[in-house]
Write a protein that binds this ligand. Structure first.
Ligand code: NCD
Ligand code: ZN
Length: 362
C-alpha cells in the first residue's frame, strides 16, 4: 500500500506542471455590454487581463469618438478598486462614419480599432455596412492613421451555407480589401477555419487574427451533443474537427500574427434558451485557464505567453504589460450560473471542471 501510494505521488509530481507565471495578458476582442450587466462581467476580465479591446456593438452602437470615451469611463467605474485595467476602445463602422471621426479617434489616443460588421452578420450588427464602397474614404483614413480595422469576417449572403461564410468572406471581400488599401492593418477576428489560418499565415505582416478559447476547445459536434446546446452557439459557428486542429496549430505556432481574443459574449439565460436564441459564448470567468488547457494539450505551454501577452500588443503598437498572472493545475468547478444584471448567465463549462486555476490574479 505504501509503495503504491508513493508511486502515485511520484506520478502526480511528474505529470502536474509547475505553476505558470506569465506577463499579464491582453484580450483583443471582448464584449463588456453596459449598465448592471457590464458591472457583473468586468471583474472577471479585469482579474485576468491588463488591457482589452472592447467591442462597440451596444444598442445604439458606439459609433463616435465621444461615445467611445464616455463608454470607457463607464467601464472604468466597474473595475474592482486597486486593479490597473485599460479598456482599449473601438468604433463601430457604419455607413455614416466619416474620415474626420477616424481623425478624432486617433487624436484621442484611447481608441485603438474600428470594427467592421457586415450588416446582419451577428448580434447587434444591423447598423453595420452593407457595401464597403460607401466607406472607402474611411478606410483610406484608417490606412493613414495606422488604426487597425477589426473585421467580423463572414458574408451575409443567404445563398451561402452558414458554415462557409468565413471562407467566402476571404474570397469575396478580404482579398480585395487588402489589395485596394495596401497600408491598412487588418485583424480577422475570431477565426474558425483552416482556410482562414492558411490565409493569415500566407498574408502580409499587416494581417493578423484573433482566436477564441471556445473555437480551440470545441468542434461543431458540441452544438448537438445529446441535444441542442444553445450555450455553444456563437458566431462564427463552431466548425469541423480539422478546422479546430488548424486553429490549435496556429495559436501554438509562436507566429505573432495569431493572438488572443476571447470574444466572450454574455447574454442573459432567457435570451439563449429560447426558440430564437442569441449568438455568444461567455468565457471571461475562466479565459486564461481555458487557453492554458488547450496549450498544455498541444504541448505548447511555453508559447502561451507570446499568444496571450506579447503578439497582440506588438500588432497594436502597445508596450508590454509590466505585471504578471500565475496559473496552476488546480482544478475548480465552474458555477452553474452567474449573476448578470437582473438575471443570470450560463458560463462556458457551467457545473463542470476547469483543469487550470488562476492562483495569482492581477
Ligand atoms: C457577439 C455578441 O453577442 O455580441 N456574439 C457572438 O456570437 N460572437 C457578436 C460577435 O462578436 O459576433
Ligand atoms: Zn465578438
Amino acid at each position: 500500500m505504501v509503495a503504491l501510494g508513493q508511486c502515485r505521488q511520484r506520478r502526480i509530481l511528474r505529470f502536474a506542471p509547475m505553476p505558470l507565471t506569465l506577463r499579464a495578458p491582453d484580450d483583443f476582442h471582448v464584449h463588456l455590454r453596459d449598465g448592471a450587466e457590464m458591472a457583473a462581467v468586468v471583474p472577471h476580465t479585469a482579474l485576468r487581463f491588463a488591457r482589452v479591446l472592447v467591442m462597440p456593438n451596444l444598442q445604439p452602437p458606439i459609433a463616435t469618438a465621444a461615445q467611445a470615451l464616455a463608454y470607457r469611463e463607464r467601464i472604468l467605474a466597474a473595475v474592482p478598486r486597486g486593479t490597473r485595467f485599460e479598456p482599449l476602445m473601438t468604433l463601430y463602422l457604419t455607413a455614416a462614419t466619416t474620415p474626420e471621426e477616424v481623425q478624432r479617434a486617433s487624436a484621442s489616443g484611447l481608441i485603438h480599432a474600428v470594427k467592421y460588421y457586415p450588416a446582419g452578420a451577428t448580434t447587434h450588427s444591423e447598423h453595420g455596412v452593407t457595401d464597403l464602397r460607401r466607406v472607402y474614404r474611411v478606410l483610406a483614413a484608417l490606412e493613414n492613421s495606422g488604426i487597425p480595422l477589426a473585421v467580423h469576417g463572414e458574408v451575409v449572403d443567404p445563398e451561402v451555407d452558414v458554415f462557409d461564410r468565413e471562407r467566402v468572406f476571404i474570397e469575396r471581400v478580404l482579398i480585395d480589401l487588402l489589395e485596394r488599401f495596401p497600408g491598412i492593418k487588418i485583424v480577422l477576428e475570431h477565426i474558425t477555419t483552416r482556410e482562414a489560418v492558411d490565409f493569415v499565415f500566407a498574408g502580409p505582416e499587416r494581417l493578423a487574427a484573433t482566436i477564441t478559447a471556445h473555437h480551440l476547445l470545441m468542434n461543431r459536434n458540441a452544438l448537438f451533443d445529446g441535444g441542442l446546446r444553445p450555450h455553444h452557439y456563437c458566431l462564427p459557428l463552431l466548425k469541423r474537427e480539422e478546422d479546430r486542429q488548424a486553429l490549435v496549430r496556429a495559436a501554438g505556432s509562436g507566429n505573432p500574427k495569431f493572438f488572443l481574443g476571447t470574444d466572450s459574449a454574455p447574454h442573459a439565460r432567457g435570451a439563449k434558451e429560447t426558440s430564437c436564441g442569441c449568438a455568444g459564448i461567455y468565457t471571461a470567468h475562466a479565459a486564461m485557464e481555458l487557453y492554458a488547457e488547450v496549450f498544455e494539450e498541444a504541448g505548447a505551454l511555453p508559447r502561451l505567453e507570446g499568444f496571450a501577452s506579447t503578439f497582440g500588443a506588438a500588432f497594436y503598437d502597445l508596450p508590454p504589460n509590466p505585471d504578471t498572472i500565475t496559473l496552476a493545475r488546480t482544478p475548480w468547478r465552474v458555477p452553474a450560473s452567474l449573476p448578470f444584471g437582473d438575471g443570470v448567465l450560463i458560463p462556458f463549462r457551467a457545473g463542470a471542471e476547469c483543469r487550470w486555476g488562476l492562483v495569482h490574479e492581477r
